[in-house]
Design a binder for this molecule. Structure first.
Ligand SMILES: [Cu+2]
Length: 123
């Protein structure tokens, strides 16, 4: 399972060059050495896992949502600016994003009216 996900991540990175392997880019330096935080999300009917759990991340840390769903839908990230990330039926690795401000950022499914995770963003 774990190995399969690692392979999947590599494939996605190869396909979407942006956002991956930018170690030598001239970024702000904030979050540069932070490991990517991958959050597995499962959506089946009206059930969402995780279901409102707190997940600690750091400002600037790359966050990746891997969604396994029985139907296509959309995830809403209450960051600033907000993000709407679409997923397909099956397994979808959503584009990696970062959050620059400390605070609580809710990740929701509006269609299901559920909070998936609350990102607890710390400096
Ligand atoms: Cu929302």
């Amino acid at each position: 399972m774990r190995r399969a996900l690692a392979v999947l991540t590599l494939v996605v990175c190869a396909a979407a060059l942006a956002g991956c392997g930018d170690d030598d880019s001239s970024g702000s330096g904030d979050g540069k050495d932070l490991a990517k935080k991958t959050i597995q999300v499962t959506i089946e009917g009206d059930d969402v896992t995780p279901n409102g759990d707190r997940v600690e991340v750091k400002t600037g840390q790359p966050i990746e949502l891997v969604v396994q769903a029985d139907a296509a839908g959309e995830i809403h990230v209450h960051s600033d600016p907000e993000k709407e990330l679409e997923y397909a039926a099956g397994t979808t690795t959503l584009p990696t994003f970062t959050i620059d401000k400390p605070g609580i950022v809710e990740v929701e499914s509006h269609a299901l009216e559920k909070t998936i995770v609350q990102l607890e963003v710390k400096k």
